[in-house]
Design a binder for this molecule. Structure first.
Ligand SMILES: Nc1ncnc2c1ncn2[C@@H]1O[C@H](COP(=O)(O)OP(=O)(O)OP(=O)(O)O)[C@@H](O)[C@H]1O
Ligand SMILES: [Mg+2]
Length: 409
């Protein structure tokens, strides 16, 4: 207890702890009426809509979620945006007022001149779902869109363009069709009221011509040293070493949804950076969810009858185990076929009638997967069943091996 009072702890420091004595953890001072507010600590004035921003972080760190909150906030203020959604992470955004979505296919074209003209004439925003297009077609669409946007005069009306997976469109290596138009948008857009949000897991994989235009860096957790190095190089122009060190250490401490936002323009008073969680309540559902992977063993241990299976019963005459091969996958398929036809796959402990929560599979720990303790089911009976399940699986594997051996022999 004493050690804990002195700060000794098993887990890593939280992002807030690292910056505790800093202005970086203070709340924002923006008002709802004139601020793009994406979390308790993060608020930006409305001219944010024509900035160049970078949203980075490793997979699952919260980039698309942050982009979604930004779009909701811009929508709240009537600021228009166009989002190129490479991975269908923003399906819900079209449910906001004045937002529509298109999902072009390979045999279709998008008339970008019409698209831009609609942006100019209306106050509508657009999500372009790119998942049905080959990468090359995505690059052409994006390039043509940027050129058409730059050619239009919006007379001071800001338009923000959000580019998911932008390393595929302005890569560090190679020059796809979209390369030059995106660089031009980043370089010339500000004067025309055109903003851009570059989103990527890999700052090191985005071309410096585009990254060097970024004024606000919203970075979630990154651990890849090449990407940290790329950020360090970009931030080093005009920033003192101490601040860069803080930014980089913050990024490596950030948990899911937490970010380090470095913005000399907006956070001058706070020492250029702020840290915290993007915790503005969502107005739409975020479709870029983490996929939960489940082991076939899960359903096996949960749903197989605990009595010995036919295939594993000793032959009463010979005293040997049956040679029928036992495949745990079969029983899994059978179970799902059955539960699907019954209209659901709810995880229910059948003989106890108790609903149990889903859990994530860790490949390292078979015992944990099989242990019924995880499901908050108590009692010796359940422990015995878990032991039984382990026994049944072991016997199945033994039978397969034995069957193969006898066939080969
Ligand atoms: N600020 C947040 N608050 C609550 N949940 C969040 C937050 N950020 C992310 N999440 C959750 O984390 C998951 C992954 O987030 P997100 O889709 O934003 O990841 P990502 O960084 O875009 O990953 P990828 O590079 O794979 O696209 C989502 O299920 C989302 O609900
Ligand atoms: Mg994403």
């Amino acid at each position: 207890m004493g050690n804990q009072e002195w700060g000794l702890q098993k887990e890593n420091l939280a992002l807030d702890d690292v910056f505790k004595l800093d202005g970086a953890v203070l709340g924002h001072k923006m008002k709802e009426t004139n601020g793009i507010i994406i979390g308790k600590h993060f608020g930006f004035p409305l001219d944010f809509a024509y900035e160049k921003i970078f949203i980075g972080g490793k997979t699952g760190s919260g980039k698309s979620f942050t982009a979604g909150v930004l779009m909701e906030e811009m929508n709240r203020h009537g600021i228009q945006f166009v989002c190129f959604d490479a991975l269908n992470a923003h399906d819900g955004i079209q449910n906001l007022p004045n937002v529509e979505a298109i999902s072009p296919r390979e045999n279709e074209t998008v008339n970008v001149v019409k698209l831009v003209s609609k942006l100019k004439r209306s106050n509508g925003s657009l999500v372009i779902n790119l998942v049905n297009l080959r990468l090359e077609s995505q690059q052409i669409l994006m390039g043509d869109y940027c050129e058409a946007l730059l050619a239009e005069d919006f007379q001071g009306k800001p338009i923000m363009t959000i580019l998911e997976e932008c390393q595929d469109f302005v890569p560090q290596m190679g020059k796809p069709y979209s390369f030059a138009p995106i660089v031009r948008l980043c370089k010339l857009g500000r004067g025309k009221g055109l903003g851009a949000a570059l989103i990527s897991q890999r700052p090191a994989a985005i071309h410096k011509e585009a990254l060097s235009q970024v004024s606000t860096w919203m970075v979630h957790n990154i651990i890849n040293t090449k990407d940290l190095e790329a950020l360090k190089i970009q931030l080093s122009f005009g920033t003192d070493k101490e601040t860069i060190k803080k930014v980089l250490s913050g990024i490596s401490y950030a948990g899911p949804g937490e970010m380090v936002c470095f913005s000399p323009k907006y956070f001058k008073e706070e020492g250029y950076l702020k840290v915290g969680k993007v915790n503005r309540p969502r107005r739409t559902e975020h479709s870029g969810k983490n996929i939960i992977v489940k082991s076939v063993l899960e359903s096996h241990s949960m749903h197989q009858p605990m009595e010995p299976m036919e295939s594993m019963v000793k032959d009463s005459h010979t005293g040997h185990f049956s040679d029928v091969s036992f495949n745990p996958l079969d029983s899994h398929d059978e179970y799902f076929a059955k539960s699907d036809s019954e209209g659901g796959r709810d995880f229910v402990l059948e003989d106890m009638g108790e609903e149990v929560s889903e859990f994530e599979w860790t490949p390292h720990d078979l015992e944990d997967v099989l242990s019924l303790e995880d499901y908050e089911v108590s009692g010796e009976k359940q422990t015995l069943k878990a032991v039984g399940a382990i026994g049944l699986i072991s016997a199945g594997i033994y039978l397969i091996t034995r069957g193969l051996a006898s066939r080969n022999g």
